[in-house]
Design a binder for this molecule. Structure first.
Ligand code: NAD
Length: 443
C-alpha cells in the first residue's frame, strides 16, 4: 500500500520503517531539511535498538524515502499518517499547531480521497479539529475532495520501539468510516497474524485511550514512589514491599519500580495535558494532579539525599554521574531526571563527570561546553577523581560494576542510587555507603 508519514521523529520514523519492512511503499515528510539530508546519507537521528539496519535496508530497497516536499508526499499516500510532536503549551495543554499545520498541508495538496490517520498523542476532539481544518482549507481553495480522519494512537516504548511496532500488543483504531476501517486492517494485517489485535472504537474513545494508558502507567510509578517515601520514613524496605505486592496477580510486577521519577517526552506531558483537558470540561483530575506533583518532587530526591549527607555544602565537589537518558536504551533526554539533578548540582557549585552509553551527544547538544560538565568515555573514567557516584538511569551496563574499583576511585566511598540497582548489604560489604530510594538503611 502507498503510505505517507508526516514527522520523522521517534514515532514517525520507526512506524515508517516497520511498514516499509513488510512491503508497503512509504514516503516520510519532515520540515527539518537537515534530518532529511542526514537520513538520505544513512545518518539516523535517534538511537533505537534495531532501527538503523531497518531504515538502511528499506531505504536502499526503495520502499522508504525521505523528503521535505509535502506535495510529493500527499500525492503518494492513500493513507497519510500525522506523527508530528504535540508538545506542552504554556499552560501544559497539548499544543496542536504542528498537527493542524499538517492537516492544512494535506488539504492544500490532495486531489483524491485520503485517509488521514492521527498517530500523534492528541486531546479528545482533535480529530474534529483536523476535519474542520481540512474542510476549511479545501473550501478556501474551492476544492471538492473526500477524506476520512482516523485516530490510531501509538503505544510504542522508546528503547523497544522497533519490536513494539513489529509486534504490537494492540492496534487501536478510532473511526466512523467502513472504508477507513478496511484499509487500516489491510495495512496492519502483517502485524496482526497471531490473533486479532485490532480494537475498533469511536474516535473520541481512541483519543482518550492513549492518555488513559500513559496516565495509568505514570500513576503506578508515582504511587510506588509515594510508598517508597513512606517506607523510608517508617524504616521499611520498599524492595521487599515491591516483591510483596507484585506477587498479587491483580497488581503484578510491571511498572512498580520505585525510583528518582519518570521523564521522557510522553508521561510528563500527557499527564499534564489530560489534567488541562479535564479542567476544560469542568472536572478537577485530582489523582492525575497528585501523580504529577509526586513525580516533580521525586526528581529532586537524589539531590536532597546528597544535600542531607553533605549538610548542604557540596560546593567544589566532583560528582560522577551514571546515566543521562530518561530511561535505558534510548538517547532521549526530554524531561530526564538527570537534568533536574545536574542543574541542581551546578547551582550548588558542584562539577559533574557524566557517562551514558547513548546520550552523550544529546547532552552536549543541550548543555554545550561548560566548565562544570565533563563527558567521560566510560563509566569507570567517570569515577576518576570524583568525590562520590550518583546513578540515575538503569542501563544494563551499570548493574554489575567493579565495586572494588569504584571504592578505590571515589574520594569518598559513597553511592546515591536513583534506580535501586544494588543490595544495601552487599554495598556495605564492599565498604561503600549506599543511599537508594525507599530502602531506609543508610538514610
Ligand atoms: P519528535 O519530536 O521526535 O518528532 C516530531 C517530528 O515532526 C520532528 O522531526 C519535526 O521536525 C516534525 N514536524 C513538525 N512539524 C512538521 C510538519 N508540519 N510537517 C512535517 N514534519 C513536521 O516526536 P515523537 O517523539 O516522534 O512524538 C510524535 C507524537 O507521537 C507526539 O504526539 C507524541 O506524544 C506521540 N508519541 C510519542 C511516543 C514516544 O515514545 N516518543 C510514543 C507514543 C506516542
Amino acid at each position: 500500500m502507498k503510505v505517507t508519514v508526516f514527522g520523522i521523529g521517534y514515532v514517525g520514523l520507526v512506524q515508517a520503517a516497520v511498514l516499509a519492512e513488510v512491503g508497503h511503499e512509504v514516503v516520510c515528510i519532515d520540515v527539518d531539511q537537515n534530518k532529511v539530508d542526514n537520513l538520505k546519507n544513512g545518518v539516523i537521528p535517534i538511537y533505537e535498538p534495531g532501527l538503523t539496519p531497518l531504515v538502511t535496508s528499506n531505504y536502499e530497497g526503495g520502499r522508504l524515502s525521505f523528503t521535505t516536499d509535502a506535495q510529493k508526499g500527499v500525492e503518494h499516500g492513500e493513507l497519510i499518517f500525522i506523527a508530528v510532536g504535540t508538545p506542552p503549551d504554556e499552560d501544559g495543554s497539548a499544543d496542536l499547531k504542528y498537527v493542524l499545520a499538517v492537516a492544512k498541508t494535506i488539504a492544500e495538496h490532495m486531489t483524491s480521497h485520503k485517509i488521514i490517520i492521527n498517530k500523534s498523542t492528541v486531546p479528545v476532539g482533535t480529530a474534529d479539529k483536523v476535519k474542520a481544518k481540512v474542510n476549511e482549507t479545501l473550501t478556501a481553495l474551492d476544492k471538492n475532495v473526500s477524506f476520512d480522519v482516523v485516530s490510531n494512537p501509538e503505544f510504542l516504548k522508546e528503547g523497544a520501539a522497533v519490536s513494539d511496532c513489529m509486534r504490537p500488543d494492540r492496534i487501536v483504531l478510532g473511526t466512523d468510516s467502513e472504508k477507513a476501517k478496511d484499509k487500516l486492517r489491510e495495512l496492519y494485517a502483517p502485524f496482526n497474524r497471531n490473533h486479532d489485535k485490532v480494537i475498533i472504537m469511536d474516535i473520541r474513545s481512541a483519543e482518550l485511550t492513549k492518555y488513559a494508558a500513559n496516565c495509568m502507567l505514570a500513576t503506578k510509578i508515582s504511587f510506588m514512589n509515594e510508598i517508597a517515601n513512606l517506607a523510608e520514613l517508617f524504616g521499611a524496605d520498599i524492595e521487599n514491599v515491591r516483591r510483596g505486592i507484585g506477587s498479587d496477580r491483580r497488581i503484578g510486577y510491571q511498572f512498580i519500580y520505585p525510583g528518582c521519577g519518570y521523564g521522557g517526552s510522553c508521561f510528563p506531558k500527557d499527564v499534564q495535558a489530560l489534567v488541562r483537558s479535564a479542567n476544560g470540561v469542568g472536572y478537577k483530575a485530582r489523582i492525575l494532579e497528585s501523580v504529577e506533583a509526586v513525580n516533580y518532587e521525586q526528581k529532586e530526591k537524589l539531590f536532597s539525599y546528597i544535600q542531607r549527607h553533605f549538610k548542604g555544602d557540596i560546593k567544589g565537589k566532583t560528582v560522577a554521574l551514571w546515566g543521562l537518558s530518561f530511561k535505558p536504551n534510548t538517547d532521549d533526554m526530554r524531561e530526564a531526571s538527570s537534568r533536574v539533578l545536574m542543574e541542581a548540582l551546578w547551582e550548588a557549585g558542584a562539577c559533574v563527570q557524566a557517562y551514558d552509553p547513548e546520550a552523550m551527544e544529546e547532552t552536549q547538544r543541550i548543555y554545550g561546553s561548560r566548565s562544570d560538565l565533563k563527558l567521560m568515555g566510560t563509566k569507570e573514567s567517570a569515577l576518576d577523581g570524583a568525590d562520590f557516584l550518583v546513578i540515575v538511569t538503569e542501563w544494563q551496563a551499570f548493574r554489575a560494576p567493579d565495586f572494588a574499583l569504584m571504592k578505590e576511585k571515589l574520594s569518598e566511598p559513597l553511592v546515591f542510587d536513583g534506580r535501586n540497582l544494588f543490595e544495601p548489604e552487599r554495598m556495605a560489604e564492599y565498604g561503600l555507603k549506599y543511599y537508594a530510594i525507599g530502602r531506609g538503611l543508610s538514610v
